[in-house]
Design a protein around this ligand. Structure first.
Ligand SMILES: Nc1ncnc2c1ncn2[C@@H]1O[C@H](COP(=O)(O)OP(=O)(O)OP(=O)(O)O)[C@@H](O)[C@H]1O
Ligand SMILES: [Mg+2]
Length: 226
């Protein structure tokens, strides 16, 4: 039986998954701030493993069919879950930046059947909590573009079309995430439009409650505690 906790951070591009998952790790490992005895393992998808690297190249290529991407993500996740399980068995808190729900939200938005995605991922571990960072595609992309200092893109017509297309596709991804949040009691929706500090505060509040109650993975009543 797992003694750790499996935490997933999900959300569309630019919602703050990287920022928040790393801040959560720092908070949990800072013994002065929080009295948890768990060590923390931070991870992400796609992984840095062989399939993960293949997948990153397939994503860059841009011409690989969504069904094939879904299969590659599922294959990468088989290796990922093995690693996650080991850490959980050692009693660690595992924080994953993206997981199975990215497959459902993204490949699902490209017309891949949700039931089939679930089927090819049926060996995946179920997380204890998914923090879903909810943000509009406009705000998410604005953050990414300001990071890349490429507001120039709006001056070029082709690039403006690409931008609008991206907004449109992220709108579909967001809808899928909202549906997942609605269907799964272990999803916690966080308003990610707020400042980094406020978003982190909301995440810590839920984590703090869980840790205080001494919840660990596989506690059947965990999802009802939230
Ligand atoms: N709450 C926030 N307010 C303003 N800017 C933010 C906030 N959270 C993150 N950012 C900034 O927005 C950018 C995107 O954040 P981050 O990389 O954490 O998002 P992400 O969800 O991991 O994105 P991606 O899906 O592209 O990997 C970064 O430059 C980050 O510093
Ligand atoms: Mg990121």
């Amino acid at each position: 039986m797992n003694k750790g906790l499996f935490i997933v951070i999900e959300g569309i591009d630019g919602s703050g998954k990287g920022t928040q998952s790393k801040r959560l790790k720092s908070w949990l490992t800072d013994k002065n701030k929080h009295a948890t005895t768990h060590s923390v393992f931070h991870t992400m998808e796609p992984t840095g493993g062989k399939i993960g690297v293949l997948l990153r190249n397939a994503l860059k290529d841009g011409t690989i069919a969504p069904k094939i991407l879904a299969l590659l993500f599922a294959a990468d996740r088989i290796e990922h879950c093995k690693e996650i399980e080991q850490h959980l068995e050692e009693g660690k808190i595992v924080i994953s930046d993206r997981y199975l729900y990215s497959s459902i939200a993204y490949q699902g938005s490209q017309g891949v059947d949700k039931e089939w995605i679930m089927e090819i991922n049926k060996f995946s571990l179920i997380p204890d909590i998914v923090f879903y960072l909810d943000i509009t595609p406009e705000s998410g992309l604005k953050r990414i573009f300001s990071r890349a200092k490429s507001y120039e893109h709006l001056k070029n017509e082709q690039k403006e079309r690409d931008y609008l297309e991206k907004i449109d596709s992220l709108e579909k991804v967001r809808k899928n995430y909202l549906k997942l949040a609605d269907e799964n009691p272990f999803f916690v929706t966080i308003n990610a439009e707020k400042t980094r500090k406020e978003v982190q505060g909301s995440i810590r509040k839920v984590m703090g409650r869980l840790l205080k109650a001494g919840k660990t993975s596989n506690d059947k009543d965990l999802r009802y505690f939230l």
